[in-house]
Design a binder for this molecule. Structure first.
Ligand code: SF4
Ligand code: SF4
Length: 153
C-alpha cells in the first residue's frame, strides 16, 4: 500500500469527510422532516382522499340525481344507492347512499363517472379508525363533510 491511502486510513480522513457532510445538513434550514401533526403537509390539488357529497351552494339540496353511475363504475362494488322517482317533477331522487370506505382504493372512478360532480374524493387523509364499523358512511355523513382546514401553528 502506498503512503497516501495509508495516511487516510490512519487519520480516518474518509470518516471525517462523511461526518462533515452529515453535520452540514443538521442546520434547521436543511431539515426536511415534516412536523406532523403540528404542521399539516401540503396536499396536491388532485389528491383523492376522504369522500364527500357536495350540496348545491344556493339551495342546500343534494346535487345527486340518483343515476347510479358511481356505483356501476366502482370496481369494488362498495357503493350502494337507492333512488325513487318524484311523482310531481318526474325526476329521480336519491333516497339512500352507502359508501363502504374500508374497501375503497381511492381510484377515483366513481368521482369521474358522476355527471353532476356531486361525489368528490376530497383533501382529507386522516381516516384511520380502530375498527371497520365506522367506515361505512351514509348520506348524512358524506353530505356534512368538508375538506379539512390547514392547521394553525
Ligand atoms: S374510489 Fe374507486 S374503489 Fe373507491 S368508491 Fe370510488 S370507484 Fe370505488
Ligand atoms: S353521486 Fe353522482 S354518479 Fe352517484 S348517483 Fe349521485 S349523481 Fe349519480
Amino acid at each position: 500500500m502506498s503512503i497516501a491511502p495509508l495516511l487516510r486510513k490512519v487519520f480516518l480522513l474518509d470518516l471525517l469527510k462523511g461526518l462533515s457532510i452529515t453535520f452540514k445538513y443538521q442546520t434547521p434550514k436543511e431539515t426536511q422532516t415534516e412536523q406532523y401533526p403540528q404542521e399539516r403537509p401540503q396536499i396536491a390539488d388532485r389528491f383523492r382522499g376522504q369522500p364527500l357529497m357536495k350540496l348545491d351552494p344556493v339551495t342546500g339540496d343534494s346535487l345527486c340525481i340518483g343515476c347510479n353511475l358511481c356505483a356501476l363504475a366502482c370496481p369494488e362494488n362498495l357503493i350502494t344507492m337507492k333512488s325513487e322517482r318524484d311523482p310531481v317533477t318526474k325526476k329521480k331522487v336519491m333516497t339512500t347512499y352507502v359508501y363502504d370506505l374500508s374497501r375503497c382504493m381511492f381510484c377515483g372512478l366513481c368521482e369521474e363517472a358522476c355527471p353532476t360532480e356531486s361525489l368528490k374524493l376530497g383533501q382529507g387523509y386522516e381516516m384511520a379508525l380502530y375498527s371497520r364499523e365506522g367506515m361505512v358512511l351514509d348520506r348524512q355523513v358524506l353530505e356534512h363533510r368538508t375538506d379539512p382546514e390547514p392547521y394553525d401553528k
